[in-house]
Design a protein around this ligand. Sequence first.
Ligand code: ADP
Ligand code: ASP
Ligand code: MG
Length: 451
Amino acid sequence: MIVMKFGGTSVQDSAAIERLIEIVQRKIELRPVIVVSALSKVTDSLQNIANLSFRGDLKSALALTESLQKRHIEMTSELLSQNQAYLAKSLSQIDDYFVKLREIVGVVNILEELSNKSMAKILSFGELLSSYIIYRALNNSGVKCAIADARGFIITDDEFLKGEPDYNSIRELTPKALNSALEGNDVVITQGFISGTKDGLNTVLGRGGSDYTAALIGMAMGATEIEIWTDVDGVHTTDPRRVGNTRSISTMSFSEAAELSFFGAKVLHPATIQPAIEKSIPVRVLNSTEPQNRGTLILRDDKITSSGVRAISFKENIIVINIFSMKMLNTFGFLTKLFEVFGKYGVSVDLISTSEVSVSLTVDNDHNLDKLTQEISGFANVTVKYDKSQVSVVGKNLKETKGLAKRIFGAICEHNITMISQGASDINVSFVVNKEDLDCVITALHKEFFE
Ligand code: ADP
Ligand code: ASP
Ligand code: MG
């Protein structure tokens, strides 16, 4: 069997869903498990609804809820206009979901309390709605489709907004749930992103998490391939929305893809690749508006022989923390003490670079930053620089590629570089630049390596 995951833009309206149905019909003999995201921008809207209600603006929260409901109803009516029975059932289910959503939003407003638990529940409506509508649309077009609730088998801990998957439970429960749903059907559809604890509480995997769901299902079901259907024809040499002349990469390794996504390429969720690596399941990134396009095939590292720069990724709104202390000179234990503080406040570090008396680090959000810097300033000088951008050049065997640093830094020589990190991994060279230089830097690098 295969897993086919369709992202937000690939299910954004009735035309996109008609395309999805055609794509699925062509693969039906492979017994696909279909994983869908919420319609594009719906998760953002649900987050807004929750926040507005919490801040006391129930009126705006309900107006936004109303427009979301209208969008889902209109789409369903377009898709099911030929089948009044399906249409009536679907509209009633959509109505039920919105009644529940309004109830929760109302409680958040009255109690002036918005826990991560409530937020996870609110965000889940996006995928519950999209999967239900697509389930009906598939059946309406003659594809025998079952629906399975991912919260019953994508099991996580109780970190409600970024649930940590429990691989053992997922391996045990997923085949049970999906194989029984597949019995007597051609395909089964389920929700990306949403998950549940062992005790049945609603969690989510973190923003962009539907890719992760697809990989977890692929792992648990022993899929032969995981297809990520999105709005670009594969992984490109850099983000095609930011740089012109990018091109799709035909094959790349798991490590390269993991590094690219970890260092900012939104096309895949950073953790996606892990469960697929575990079982060496090929991942294909495909364009749902150009299904004939071959996209990008991501394979086990040993299957990729070519080396050198493969792609450029970047992350914006990076924070650089510089720590300076003469006490570091010729002593030991300083870094242990420093990282204990990061561990204590749960702050995860992306890049690091050290000298005899100073350490520079990057983090991608300001969670607990005040407490962290206050504690570090008890034993060292700390400065924090906001609004930086991090650029990563990714490819196989970069350490062994002669002249690489000259090409990278030669191409961007007129821009200031705040920090460089290379060597920890063989597959990336990363550095930090000022926010306003980012576009010039990635365009120049792309020209140097790919044009
Ligand atoms: P989906 O909703 O299908 O999950 P996303 O918006 O999460 O889609 O991811 C697709 C987007 O990722 C593309 O539209 C593109 O702007 C962005 N992206 C960033 N880096 C890359 C890259 N190297 N190759 C392709 N797309 C990229
Ligand atoms: N709908 C979720 C989000 O927008 C998950 C996803 O699309 O991957 O973050
Ligand atoms: Mg995505």
